[in-house]
Ligand binder design. Structure first.
Ligand code: SF4
Length: 405
């Protein structure tokens, strides 16, 4: 009987294993150092909006006018958003230009404007007196309008996914440079420049360029002026002002003592120190637990629910176990004190910095909710005009250069 042909040995088929895809910031981006001190010390010229009501009265008196002129000027500025002396008709014509020259130096010049969402989202790149650039984004919704403002030129926090962070910190903005972003937005809403007819500004969020807590004193002055009643401020409700931070824990704790019930938004982006220290480098100084403790302390002091911002990045921080860990850490500090806002990252094609896939996003949100965490996926308005902070200014560069209007 002939022998059967030898049976070819076939390697057993590999057993399907469940691989968890994982990318790290360091896979693509070399870390850059944190920069706590600005490169430049130069200050913007002092402006009326930098001053307290008492200082405004003293300033007009020094210029040879009655103190009540300060209140008239404040009404023009905070109620009518008018810095053109031609509109100050209740002030003697001969006095107007001198007051304007001394107290209202032009601080912001629009160099570029981009619109999206049928003109209801407007992003403006501003050139400051020393040619550095910042930006603000105005978003009008059917029932409200929100302005996202910058508090620094550049940023020293070195987050690898952020264009601003790659440029480092040029300098802090003055209070008036920040308030001018607000006044100009109020003016464009009041005059009906934004489609939908004249309206008012309802919300201000410190989520543009910079880390607000790194320019703390100035940001506090701005918040107080935003919330002061018209005509000494813009009359916004402190509750409608959101101050964001990547987690400067000591400043967060200080904010809790200010008696200003603003909304605090903590950009967490990862619940574990291992990843967060790469993703948000300030985490090497203030750990996840430290910043969550500081966030909880803010809730205890203010009664204001803290927002946790979480940019969902494909295969980097969007794993189900991270949602569970985040929920665990939040629940360990009590219930009902926090709200999580996952934000789909603006996709950067061909890069590791890509928005999570929708099934991963759904799973992440479902796990948070299943653990009792209030969760709302945040609107990504303006993503088609580089709505992520810093991208527009990065194109224009923050370094001094010739005008490009
Ligand atoms: S994400 Fe915010 S804190 Fe981080 S580098 Fe950018 S502007 Fe700074």
């Amino acid at each position: 009987m002939p022998k059967p042909p030898p049976v070819e040995e076939v390697a057993p088929a590999p057993r399907p294993t469940k691989t968890v895809l994982s990318v790290r910031p360091s896979d693509e981006t070399a870390p850059i150092p944190l920069q706590m001190a600005p490169r430049r010390r130069g200050k913007a010229p002092t402006h009326f909006a930098d001053l307290t009501p008492e200082e405004r009265a003293a300033a007009v008196t020094e210029l040879g006018h009655k103190p009540f002129r300060a209140k008239q000027l404040a009404t023009h500025y905070f109620a009518h958003y008018a810095t053109d002396p031609a509109h100050w008709t209740d002030i003697p014509a001969a006095a107007r230009q001198g007051l304007a020259d001394a107290l209202f130096p032009p601080l912001l010049h629009a160099t570029r404007t981009l619109t999206a969402d049928q003109g209801t989202t407007v992003k403006t790149l501003w050139r400051l007196h020393d040619n550095v650039r910042v930006e603000s984004v105005l978003m009008r919704y059917p029932s409200r309008s929100t302005l996202c403002i910058s508090s620094q030129a550049g940023c020293g926090m070195a987050c690898p996914f952020c264009a601003t962070g790659q440029l480092g910190l040029t300098r802090n903005l003055s209070a008036a440079e920040i308030l001018e972003q607000v006044r100009l937005a109020c003016a464009s809403l009041a005059t009906g420049e934004i489609p939908g007819g004249p309206t008012r500004l309802n919300n201000v969020v410190f989520m543009g360029m910079g880390e607000p807590m790194a320019n703390y004193q100035v940001v506090m002055k701005v918040v107080r002026t935003l919330a002061a009643e018209v005509p000494q401020g813009f009359g916004l409700s402190a509750r409608n002002i959101t101050v964001s931070t990547v987690g400067l824990a000591p400043a967060m704790r200080k904010l809790a003592t200010e008696g200003l019930p603003v909304t605090l938004a903590l950009s967490l982006h990862a619940p574990d120190d291992d990843l967060r220290s790469e993703l948000v480098p300030i985490n090497t100084r203030f750990s996840v637990d430290e910043v969550l403790d500081a966030a909880r302390a803010y809730f205890d002091a203010s009664g204001r629910r803290v927002s946790i911002e979480y940019a969902l990045i494909k295969d980097m921080n969007d794993h189900g176990w991270r949602a569970d860990l985040l929920a665990k850490k939040l629940n360990a500090r009590g219930r009902g004190w926090v709200h999580v806002n996952p934000i789909p990252l603006n996709p950067t094609p061909g890069s590791i910095w890509t928005a999570s896939e929708s099934h991963a996003e759904r799973e992440f949100v479902a796990r948070l909710r299943a653990n009792g965490i209030a969760t709302t996926v945040r609107d990504t308005r303006g993503s088609d005009i580089d709505g992520a902070c810093g991208q527009l200014a990065a194109e224009g560069d923050l370094a001094p250069k010739e005008e490009d209007e």
